[in-house]
Design a protein around this ligand. Structure first.
Ligand SMILES: [Zn+2]
Length: 281
């Protein structure tokens, strides 16, 4: 009897070039490196090599910021498609597709819970729902978050991730800018703090209203933040825009932001900020 015996290798041979790796790896748009998806997840969806901040969905964001035991609220509102709008597709069709894809009724989720020692009202936009666009439902949901803050005197945090107003709702979507701004003014009168966190991307009517109205306006690194897109501005002004234009770092340098906070430090940054913003009782 021999010590070693080579068994017949009965594993099926894999043809060269057919190894399936797609779906497991993702290419970082900043450093171009391939990142193992599980590593990216474990690192809060921040590139472990260059700290590029990938987008995360609303529910993950809420889980990162609030202690367990938080409650999701105001989820029942649905758009009525007031204009019966159709572009390439019917708006009603876009809505049902987005609902199926995200499991949400619209591009926002309200939550109430604890952030460190502080009770807060948190409103988080969902970019995967028609580009995080703001229509009547997003406006009303934020208005309800403001009402919750007014009723409980708990500070409000809104996390923006949006392509702007929802064109398919026309003037109804534009009305939300004024509606939310008026609500935030009431919050200000009541001396209840509001922190705006801008994530990639924060643009259009969202930048033009609540995203820039925080007592503290902060952003994640490298987020696109602006009103009109760079291409539109270049075409209008006929000028080449400087590198890094409309990214968090550029805005910070020009005085539009109070701080840029990496995702890993967000929770402790917010807890600390609230501890000096909220009057001690
Ligand atoms: Zn990277």
């Amino acid at each position: 009897m021999t010590w070693f015996k080579r068994e017949d290798n009965d594993l099926p041979a894999i043809r060269r070039g057919t190894v399936r790796t797609e779906g497991l790896w993702i290419k970082c748009p900043t450093c171009q490196q391939a990142i193992f998806k599980a590593d990216l997840e474990a690192n809060l969806n921040v590139c472990p090599k260059c700290a590029h901040h990938f987008r995360i969905d609303a529910r993950r964001r809420i889980g990162l910021l609030l202690e367990s035991g938080y409650q999701l609220v105001d989820l029942e509102l649905r758009s009525t498609d007031p204009l019966q709008f159709t572009d390439l597709k019917r708006y009603a069709h876009r809505l049902s597709e987005a609902r199926r894809k995200t499991g949400l009724n619209d591009a926002i989720v309200n939550a109430i819970g604890q952030l460190g020692p502080h009770s807060v009202v948190l409103s988080v936009m969902e970019y995967a729902f028609i580009g995080g666009s703001m229509g009547a439902v997003v406006g009303e949901t934020i208005a309800r978050a403001i009402d919750r803050s007014l009723a409980t005197r708990h500070p409000l945090i809104i996390v923006a991730a949006s392509g702007g107003a929802r064109m398919m709702e026309g003037i109804v979507s534009l009305m939300q800018l004024a509606k939310i701004a008026a609500g935030l003014a009431r919050l200000d009168d009541a001396k209840i703090p509001y922190i705006s966190l801008m994530t990639d991307p924060t643009t259009g009517g969202v930048t033009a209203s609540f995203a820039m109205l925080g007592d503290l306006n902060i952003a994640e690194p490298g987020a696109l933040i602006g009103f009109a897109g760079p291409r539109v501005i270049e075409q209008t002004t006929r000028q080449k825009l400087p590198p890094g234009f409309q990214r968090s770092e550029f805005l910070m340098e020009h005085g539009f932001l109070d701080a840029i906070v990496p995702r890993k430090e967000l929770k402790s940054y917010l807890a600390n900020a609230l501890s000096w913003m909220v009057p001690q009782s």
